[in-house]
Design a protein around this ligand. Structure first.
Ligand code: NDP
Length: 334
């Protein structure tokens, strides 16, 4: 069994020595358990938070423990009557090639219904995050302007496409011309702005002539600075992620909180953070709606598949710098 453990807590950007590859004996299932062979591992921004020893909504990964993560796996031995050898499941087995499970939390997947990797992306946690956060908090209305950053990525790509399904105008923000072209031409956003452009703030303002009614926050940092002045009265801001700040070791600049709070008040802004699992009771609706939208072409998706578990640390470090293009997945053994 090959596995990747947390070797050290990163200071700022993670580096290769913060991870360690280990080879250990393959685990054996006890009564009631199954042995899983990991086929695909999802790499997601939240994993950066789990590497810190700080109080958060979830417990950190211990030093020396296997890095956490969502996985698609095949049952290769079963001592649990609910699972048969050959079943393919969604599990949370982490960065390793084999794992034991008692069956709790496993969801069987149908490989004939959708490509297995989609269970980690558009039909999985990131797609659900977009769906629940946008519809429940953002509440996009016909004719409104919805802005989302990291727009070519797992969450942002879905946010913009659902906004369009609901009749809103979708404006994406992405890094670099290739991602911007994809967001506009392949995903069908109404406009897209490159956050690396020196005139980014002015270009965003030009792309939002009627202001911004919903800003789905994935990024923070300089993107939020450009968005904030454009927010309309009663704008809704689902705060989903702040990836630009995940590697930060200190807070930048002067204290802008009083100014921001004044605007929150005077523009009646509704800024609401969320973690997707709070909306768990919407999962059934999500699977139904998203499967339909993919089938009729209203939602498209792109995956960035990296070969080999040993390449997971490098790919993960790249995710925090925008090197991925689409939902980042590691092919472990498929
Ligand atoms: P993506 O697939 O979008 O990949 C991350 C992207 O973020 C990069 O490709 C890059 O896109 C952008 N990015 C990275 N660093 C920076 C930076 N310094 N400044 C600006 N942009 C940057 O990731 P996901 O779709 O999986 O996640 C998007 C956000 O959603 C994250 O913040 C994540 O933490 C959050 N999230 C929150 C959940 C919740 O329950 N609240 C659940 C799932 C995700 P580009 O090159 O275009 O800038």
């Amino acid at each position: 069994n090959t596995r990747i453990v947390l070797a050290a807590r990163p200071q700022g950007r993670p580096k290769p020595t913060d991870f360690r590859i280990e080879t250990v004996d393959a685990p054996q299932p006890a009564e009631g358990e199954v042995l899983l062979k990991i086929l695909y591992l999802s790499l997601d921004p939240y994993m950066r938070g789990r590497m810190n020893d700080a109080k958060s909504y979830a417990k950190p990964v211990d030093i020396g423990a296997v890095m956490e993560g969502g996985t698609v796996a095949e049952v290769i031995a079963s001592r649990n009557p609910k699972f048969a050898v050959g079943d393919v499941v969604l599990s949370h087995s982490g960065w390793q090639s084999f794992a034991i499970s008692d069956g709790a939390g496993l969801r069987k997947l149908d490989a004939s219904a959708a490509p297995l990797t989609t269970a980690l992306g558009v039909l999985g946690m990131p797609g659900f995050t977009a769906y629940a956060g946008l519809l429940t908090i953002g509440k996009p209305q016909p004719g409104e302007t919805v802005v989302v950053a990291a727009a070519s990525g797992a969450v942002g790509s879905v946010v913009g496409q659902i906004a369009r399904i609901k009749g809103s105008r979708a404006v994406g923000i992405a890094g670099g011309p290739e991602k911007c072209a994809f967001v506009r031409d392949e995903l069908g956003f109404d406009a897209v702005v490159d956050h690396r452009s020196p005139d980014f703030a002015a270009e965003l303002a030009a792309a939002c002539p009627d202001g911004i009614d919903v800003y789905f926050e994935n990024v923070g940092g300089h993107v939020w600075d450009a968005v904030f002045p454009l927010l309309n009265e009663f704008a809704r801001i689902p705060v989903c992620g702040l990836i630009a700040q995940y590697n930060a070791t200190e807070h930048a600049g002067t204290d802008r909180l009083p100014t921001m709070m004044r605007e929150v008040l005077s523009r009646s802004l509704n800024i609401r953070g969320f973690i997707q699992r709070e909306f768990v009771d919407q999962r059934k609706d999500f699977y139904r709606d998203m499967a339909g939208w993919i089938a009729d072409g209203a939602v498209r998706y792109r995956e960035d598949i990296v070969d080999g578990l040993e390449n997971a640390p490098q790919a993960f470090m790249g995710l925090l710098e925008g090197k991925n293009f689409g939902k980042l997945v590691v092919r472990v053994a498929a």
